[in-house]
Design a protein. Structure first.
Lengths: 132, 132
């Protein structure tokens, strides 16, 4: 009996919170694939994925704050605030879990954009990514 | 007995596909709220939401291609390719359903970004938003 997708994704984020990015590999499948469709970058395997995270420039330890977790069968989405104390970003992470490990992760990093003047009359200030 | 979240979200996208953005209002709650955290824009109510969609500049009818739908209780995520035949974009839409209608929609529009040179050695070409 394999761990359900929700528990696997919870474990992934607990390991990410440790900032020991090599340890994260224990919840990744041997043939893990990480995709960022915004740049068309694909990274295969837990070693390369750990290296990418470990070498990413940081002002301090990365902190991850869960906003949402949706689980539907073997797939899950998390919406997460990410900061190193200086940089702030939001990640939308789409997980596919297979046999208790993460087989694939497709991740989006939306960036701030300016209010569109043509809809200014329809709009009021709402929650922003910058609120953290 | 209200329609389950999955059916409500399916109906939302079927109505969007009609490009009759005022008709979309039938699946929205009276106090519907639409948020775009990237700009901090909030739009309240089905009328203003319809106006925003109807007035958005377009080269032709909008087509919406579902990539994923995840449903977890009263919340759902869709990952959707959007095009008017010229402009192409991808939307990540987080729905909260209440009593058979959409109470809130939080939407992200991630934009393309360049491959990061510092991870070029770890990366291979993968699926990109531009693939459609």
């Amino acid at each position: 009996m394999h761990e359900p997708a929700r528990a696997v994704v919870e474990r992934y984020w607990a390991l990410m919170a440790s900032n020991d990015f090599h340890a994260v590999g224990e919840v990744l499948a041997d043939d893990f694939v990480f995709d960022m469709p915004q740049s068309g970058e694909r990274i295969r395997g837990r070693e390369r994925y750990a290296t990418m995270n470990a070498q990413y420039p940081a002002h301090g330890p990365w902190r991850f704050t869960r906003r949402r977790l949706l689980v539907d069968g073997d797939t899950a989405l998390t919406e997460t605030d990410v900061t190193d104390g200086v940089v702030r970003a939001r990640a939308l992470s789409l997980f596919t879990v297979r046999e208790g490990r993460i087989a694939s992760l497709v991740e989006y990093w939306p960036e701030p954009f300016a209010l569109a003047p043509e809809r200014a009359a329809l709009v009021e200030p709402g929650p922003s990514m910058d609120d953290g």
